[in-house]
Write a protein that binds this ligand. Sequence first.
Ligand SMILES: [Zn+2]
Length: 254
Amino acid sequence: MELIILGCGSSLGSPWINNHWGNCDKKNKLNIRTRCSAFIKKGNLSVLIDSSPDIREQFIKNKINDVDCVLYTHEHSDQTSGIFELRPFFWKHKKRIDIYADSRTLKALKKKYDFCFYGGQGYIPIMKPNLIKKKQIIKKGNNKISFNTFKVEHGQITATAYVFNKTAYISDCSNINPFDLNKLKKLNYLIIDCLRFKRHTGHFNLETSIRISTFLKPKKTILTNLHTELDYNFLKKNLPKNILPAYDGMRLKI
Ligand SMILES: [Zn+2]
């Protein structure tokens, strides 16, 4: 099973639309970050986590040509606004694309992107909402992905964390309750929110991400949701060896 980090940038990506690079070295391509999304492939089963505004470019760059279902972490625009780009996969499979999320996120998606779920103006619905379970199995033929989910704080809302085998994907998070945190020991990969140096009400900052990694001791911690404050080479040089900054297109065998 392979996980591709399609995008590891914060809500505005890097650089921003106004060519703001912050501390990021323009010459390093690894500092060009699109918005957070990830993709998991197991045989012919293709699972997308979040549909960022950059999803089309992300799929083309990574030569991805299929999606069976989408798992959403939460409803913020940087995680969802590429949803309508997924229409070709509805045409390909001739069935509605399964969408998995918690009830608040499903409600928000159905309101914001009503045409995807209900159709209208001559268009038919292309998506099917499914309430995410704590233990979820997704199957296609002989291929099966099973995973656990739990809620984490993300500022004033919650986001869903996903744990596949020994890999946790927690892209947007400001706090994890101790009970759930203890379930994250012995991971191979901890993919975790790390917005910037300064504290932020909706996200972990660098200091907190390092502290959590030191506590959980995964084999590797991968920092994602990176702001323009955080330059790739700066992070690579200054972090402990088992903590790595993500980059767009990073591939992990999980
Ligand atoms: Zn968010």
